[in-house]
Ligand binder design. Sequence first.
Ligand code: AMP
Length: 315
Amino acid sequence: MAILVVGSVAYDGIETPAGKVDRCLGGAATYFSLAASFFTEVRVIAVVGEDFSAADESVLTSRGIDTAGIEHAAGKSFFWRGKYENVNEAITLDTQLNVFAGFSPKLPEQYSDSEFLFLANIDPVLQAQVRAQMPKVKLVCGDTMNYWIQSQRGALENVLRGLDVLIINDGEAKMLADENNLVRAASKILELGPKTLIVKHGEFGATAFFGDGSFASSGARHGHISLPFRAPALPLAEVVDPTGAGDSFAGGFFGYLASQPELTPASFRNAMFYGGVLGSFAVERFGTERLQQLTREEIDARFNLFRQLTHLDAA
Ligand code: AMP
């Protein structure tokens, strides 16, 4: 089952306690596509500038990712610069939309049968334009960040209404809901439209909250809400570069889900574990380096570690 993804394909400048890189391949759609490509066919919609190198495009194509939907425009590629004082929070130092500022996404004819749509982090106006061109899609999942929550609130709420799954991090969830308690924030966000909400907690894993018509596994409830599901993250001795961990989580999660014959609560829970696995690999090297070298065997071996990490013998 093919996934169509729209989102940033970019160059990043990154500073972490482990070192500094002035410019490397990045972007939400880039990390997402690389992670999802281990599970299923991936097609990308984005725009890049004249500075985008053939070598960087081949990072995607060499993993079998279809880049026919990446438009090459006059001007410079999206550029983001950030630093980390702790591994769970990026501090944005610079965001240059460049060619994304005037972008109007057009779907190549051969993309129209994609059954899974991922609206990776980018202007929600662009996310909505792609969504509108995919009326028959089976499952729509989306991401966003503080930059868009603050600058494009109305457009973002429009996107949220059409989502099956929203994946955001702790801080973004609290900002979006204007609420400091995560459970209350989740309830408010589910009222905005997404059927399921996944909140990422950086090095501490991720939690899914379920609304009506969602992937909730049973009728179990805690208080007045459906019982959430929590997936772990692997405790790592060194995080070299957290950039892209969230997008890689989303790619592992959605890629696995799209590869399954049926969308069930059980496949949803496995998908959350695969998300954690891909996120844990992404942070081991700067930029997309680790994802470029990864193998499916390594992914499955780590998935088994994740299972053992949380296994409980029957009482
Ligand atoms: P994350 O997975 O959250 O660490 O996402 C990191 C990626 O998001 C980087 O490679 C950036 O290029 C990209 N990014 C940063 N800011 C934005 C933004 N405002 N819109 C879209 N993508 C962004």
